[in-house]
Design a protein around this ligand. Structure first.
Ligand code: GLN
Length: 580
């Protein structure tokens, strides 16, 4: 700490360059840094968010940050097929899907301060360099780039007033891309006298031909982290099956980590069962001890939270009935591109005491004639968001089938727009109704880019991003779902919208716009009246982004509830009146 005090005033003249934000007291904030070894995709975000949740349950204030290695400034331009879904925060930041995991697990809204990429770090450094902020010094990876990383972490600590900042480093130890993050965290720990608890996730191989778990790859992976001067305090071993004691012992011996802190993070039926598994292994109290935070723990609050979570997770474990929900889309091959929808369905399933089985419906070649067969074994259907024309004709065919056959339907963003087109074409008789995204020359641009509309909100002609308020029309299905709330808030990510010019015609034919922008004519929720269809709902927003395990999103809860009713009616059909 003396080190920091002495460098603060002359940080540009020494090798100890380490800018501190105003109000930061070194040593007063604790950090947990999570790294992955051996391979990517181990679930660092799931581990880190579950542990953070357990500390939050104890009354500690936590704030997570994901440090991405890639050079993009945000995730907005990333292909969800390669990188998973783009998660949108309330402040409009487009981030990695892991931020969704944190928001859900912590039941906490995050901001752009919780997400950093190499692109952001370097662009900030180049900006400072052009502004002459480095006072003639050569700008180097160490100390300037690492200094910028530490600055971001400390700024988050100040802004969030956190007791513990959880830092997840993207990628795998050994990547060139994240090396400076690892180095920055080592420096942070050194400068602040040991305020960082390091966690390494690793993978235990179990080659079927050998029939046993092997620890070598894990040992080598963790060793790689130690080469960077980092001694892990906890090791989480990912594996298909529970990790056997012999393997845990080996890892303990090779890495100086006590056996009780070598955790078997084997596959579970749901990620929501992980917090309990961690509690059972007492990983939460180990972490409290490591960070020396025992004095701040509120045991009564912890016990209450544990009971509440147990109630939720036992519903996931014990669901005796199930429904099948179809999801249409272009990225049917990759579940990660619809991660939030799948999670929202899991929350809605727990709320309805049932398991939700997801069926993928590839709409690429679907037509009105083949839609019925493709949807034969689902009890409800979601048409999710997307971009571009591919598969949209098939989506419209699915919506038509759902509308005409009273199948519960939820349209999300592009799915909402497609529901409007389907209704305009097949009910209003506007054969040329289209979206200018799909057909710029169409006769009836019912869905269009309306730059003047966006200007009013101060968003220019670009994507409408982030949280927006929605006024809900009293007496509608939407009002019922939202328990008569007059105003709700959801997150948006779209460029096109319903042209208000067509709204009277659509409404006359029976479509109800039950959620609108509080001031401007922007249509945000649509529905069919209950006497026409049991559950036909759409929204221009992405309701899945704000669904939380203990606060499931009402539009998903409603969909699953209606799908259950449909399933029950099909399983026990009403006796038909006898005709003589
Ligand atoms: N492509 C549509 C638009 O830009 C819908 C976007 C989405 O589904 N996220 O408006």
């Amino acid at each position: 700490m003396d080190l920091l005090r002495s460098v603060k005033d002359r940080s540009d003249e020494t090798e100890f360059y380490t800018p501190l934000p105003d109000g930061y007291r070194p040593g007063s904030v604790k950090y947990v840094a999570v790294f992955g070894t051996v391979m990517s995709g181990l679930g660092k975000g799931i581990f880190s968010s579950s542990l953070a949740k357990l500390l939050k349950d104890k009354g500690l204030r936590v704030s997570p940050i994901k440090l991405e290695g890639y050079l993009n400034v945000d995730s907005g331009t990333l292909n969800p097929y390669r990188h998973g879904e783009v998660f949108v925060l309330d402040d409009g930041m487009e981030t990695d899907m892991d931020l969704g995991t944190y928001e859900r697990m912590l039941d906490q809204d995050l901001t752009r301060a919780n997400f950093a990429t190499s692109g952001q770090i370097f662009s900030s450094i180049l900006h400072k360099e052009r502004a002459g902020s480095y006072l003639g010094r050569d700008v180097q990876m160490i100390p300037h780039v690492t200094g910028e990383v530490k600055l971001r972490l400390r700024e988050l600590a100040v802004r969030s007033q956190a007791d513990v900042v959880f830092v997840e480093v993207g990628g795998t130890v050994g990547d060139i891309e994240n090396m400076f993050y690892i180095e920055a965290l080592r420096e942070l720990n050194y400068e602040e006298g040991g305020t960082v608890a390091f966690v390494a996730l690793t993978y235990i191989l179990a080659p079927p031909a050998l029939g046993e778990q092997k620890s070598k790859a894990a040992q080598l992976g963790v060793k790689r982290l130690m080469e960077h001067g980092i001694q892990p305090a906890i090791i989480a071993c990912r594996a298909e099956q529970p990790v056997v004691d012999k393997v845990r012992q080996k890892i303990s011996v090779y890495t100086n980590v006590p056996l009780r802190r070598v955790f078997s993070m084997h596959d579970l039926p749901s990620i929501y069962l992980l917090p309990e598994a961690m509690r059972e292994a007492q990983l939460d109290s180990e972490m409290v001890q490591l960070l020396n935070l025992g004095g701040k723990v509120n045991s009564a609050m912890d016990a209450r939270a544990a009971i509440q979570w147990e109630r939720f997770s036992s519903r996931i474990r014990q669901a005796s009935r199930s429904v099948a929900i179809g999801i249409t889309g272009k990225y049917t091959a990759l579940r990660d591109s619809y991660a939030s929808i799948i999670k929202a369905l899991e929350h809605a399933g727990a709320a309805n005491d049932c398991r939700v089985d997801v069926h993928w419906i590839d709409t690429t070649d679907l037509t009105d004639d083949t839609a019925a067969a493709a949807m034969a074994d689902v009890d409800g259907v979601i048409v999710p968001g997307g971009f571009g024309v591919r598969g949209t004709a098939g989506k419209i065919a699915c919506i038509r089938h759902a509308r005409e056959n009273k199948m519960p339907f939820l349209g999300i963003c592009l799915g909402f727009q497609m529901a409007v087109l389907e209704f305009a074409r097949n009910v209003c008789g506007l054969a040329g109704a289209d979206s200018t995204e799909l057909n710029p020359e169409c006769e009836h641009p019912v869905v269009d880019i309306l730059p003047e509309q966006k200007k009013i909100e101060g968003l220019g002609g670009n994507m409408r991003l982030g949280g927006q308020d929605i006024d809900v029309t009293p007496g509608t299905l939407a009002a019922e779902l939202f328990k008569n709330a007059k105003r709700v808030r959801m997150r948006f990510r779209h460029r096109y919208e319903v042209d208000p010019k067509y709204v009277p015609q659509l409404e006359q034919a029976g479509l109800v716009f039950s959620g609108r922008h509080p001031v401007h004519p922007i249509m945000q929720i649509l529905e069919l009246p209950r006497d026409v269809h049991p559950y036909f709902v759409g929204t221009q927003a992405h309701p899945c982004l704000t669904s939380r395990p203990l606060r499931p999103q009402p539009m998903f809860v409603g969909l699953v509830a209606e799908a259950l009713k449909r399933r029950a009616a099909q399983d026990n059909p009403k006796p038909q009146p006898q005709t003589v």
